[in-house]
Design a protein around this ligand. Structure first.
Ligand SMILES: C[S@@+](CC[C@H](N)C(=O)[O-])C[C@H]1O[C@@H](n2cnc3c(N)ncnc32)[C@H](O)[C@@H]1O
Length: 241
């Protein structure tokens, strides 16, 4: 299976973070609005999959404006959080939210790529990535990095868009995804390309069992995929033994 996403018929991910920097100011509103506010529920579901212990050290990749990290902190099971993302403007918005919630002593946001993590082996109890794994150029490398920095007994939690399996729902969804969403995104964020990029990447990205197989190849055990909202998004989980 080819996991290098920079292939033919697959939009280039090179410097895609620049696109996120361009839409940073509108990102949160659009993510909530275009997902009919389901993203908040999906992030909470991810947080519910934290390991059953307290004082967790958490790394959130492609952290963007830090919504996933903040949802993880709400569980009160997290001791410290680090968010990593190459888009500085997204991080700047995230930092403001963290300060507002008086969590600046517990959460740090750093510029960086999921494919090359500046952390030692066995550093975190949990590594999360929400709507980010689809954006990296080399998915296999990012998954291996996630596995490397996890402690034994640690857990990877991955949230990503996917496609409904039901043919009728899929047809309706693709109509929305291909025709309506890029227009709305273009109108509100002033960047139609960003929302074409969304549907083009989601439509070619592996999901369900195919993605679980990639996680297993990176060393994860107990992998599982849980489709949510008719399969529009899928929550993946895998452990490091
Ligand atoms: C759709 S946003 C998701 C942000 C956040 N996780 C959320 O749930 O709202 C995707 C993020 O992936 C980041 N990104 C792009 N390439 C990346 C890479 N190689 N490594 C880590 N993050 C990357 C972008 O800068 C952007 O902030």
């Amino acid at each position: 299976m080819n996991t290098d996403t920079s292939t033919k018929n697959n939009p280039s991910r090179k410097d895609v973070f620049r696109m996120f920097d361009r839409i940073a100011a509108r990102y949160d509103f659009l993510h909530h609005f275009l997902s009919f506010y389901r993203d908040k529920v999906w992030r909470r579901r991810l947080a519910q999959q934290l390991p059953a212990r307290d004082d967790l050290d958490v790394l959130d990749l492609a952290t963007g404006t830090a919504d996933q990290l903040l949802a993880l902190f709400k569980t009160r099971k997290v001791k410290s959080g680090i968010g990593v993302d190459p888009a500085e403007k997204m991080l700047a918005i995230g930092r403001r939210k963290i300060e507002k919630k008086n969590l600046a002593d517990k959460i740090k946001l750093l510029p960086g790529s999921a494919e090359n993590l500046p952390f030692g082996n066995n550093t975190f109890d949990v590594v999360a990535i929400s709507f980010g794994i689809r954006n990296v150029t080399n998915v296999t490398r990012a998954l291996s990095e996630m596995h490397r920095v996890l402690r034994q007994g640690g857990r990877a939690l991955i949230l990503e868009f996917s496609l409904p399996r039901n043919r009728l729902i899929r047809k309706i969804y693709l109509l929305y995804f291909r025709k309506i969403l890029p227009r709305l995104g273009g109108f509100i964020a002033g960047d139609r390309h960003a929302y074409h990029y969304l549907n083009e990447t989601v439509e070619v990205f592996p999901y369900g069992e195919e993605f679980c197989a990639l996680m297993r190849a990176a060393g994860f055990t107990g992998t599982r995929a849980r489709p949510m909202t008719f399969g529009v998004a899928t929550l993946y989980r895998g452990d490091k033994q």
